[in-house]
Design a protein around this ligand. Structure first.
Ligand code: IMP
Length: 201
């Protein structure tokens, strides 16, 4: 049976202040006190998994066991069908240590040309894991499908947003207002599932 989270402290297992802020915002309607892994000085485990699920679960579990509190972690990325799902869990790493997304987008474009460029379909995935100190884990996965386009368009968003057009739309995620993206994104999909299962009335 799905374990629910009633109230109290919740650790967001991330050292990225932007991500912690976004998650705290999404959880604002619930009676939870959000603290980050950074605030608690928790070590950041290496993302050694080869699936979104494995990485989200290992981050959530490490934070729950180190803090003695329930902990939430996410792992996300872009999967390109013509590249057999790459960059996938390596999405952040494709941008290198300086997080150079011009470099990552160019690497992707070259890979697509080598693959023949005919299939431009891709999807973003967001895996969300909620772990408790006793080792119990709940996992949810959100997804948004779309097409890749070149050249990149739009200054909003981050990462691969300027080349991704969600199905049924004409603007890239990089051209959309943040609120429009957030209504349809892989992260929103995963959070809806988490809230319904673990915090719902
Ligand atoms: P994570 O922080 O390990 O989950 O890395 C996720 C990486 O996937 C980010 O650095 C981006 O490269 C990519 N990514 C995930 N979600 C999005 C999104 O909504 N837009 C653009 N890129 C994303």
């Amino acid at each position: 049976m799905t374990r629910r989270l009633e109230e109290g402290k919740l650790v967001v297992a991330s050292h990225n202040p932007g991500k912690v802020r976004e998650i705290a915002h999404l959880l604002a309607p619930f009676r939870l006190e959000v603290v980050s892994a950074g605030d608690l000085d928790l070590a950041e485990p290496e993302e050694t998994g080869d699936t979104f699920r494995a990485n989200a679960e290992l981050k959530a579990l490490a934070a729950a066991q180190a803090s003695g509190l329930p902990a939430l972690a996410d792992d996300s990325g872009l999967c390109v069908n013509a590249l057999n799902g790459a960059p996938g869990v390596h999405s952040a790493r494709w941008a290198g240590p300086t997080r150079d997304f011009d470099f990552a987008l160019e690497k992707l474009r070259r890979g697509m040309i080598e693959a023949g460029l005919s299939d431009t379909s891709a999807y973003f995935v967001c895996g969300l894991a909620l772990a408790w100190p006793d080792g119990h884990i709940e996992y949810f996965e959100g997804r948004v499908d779309g097409e890749l386009t070149w050249p990149p368009r739009g200054e909003n968003g981050f990462g691969y947003d300027p080349i991704f057009i969600p199905d049924g739309h004409e603007l890239t995620f990089g051209e959309m207002e943040a609120q429009a993206k957030h209504r349809m994104s892989h992260r929103a999909d995963a959070f809806r599932q988490l809230v319904d299962a673990c915090f719902g009335k």
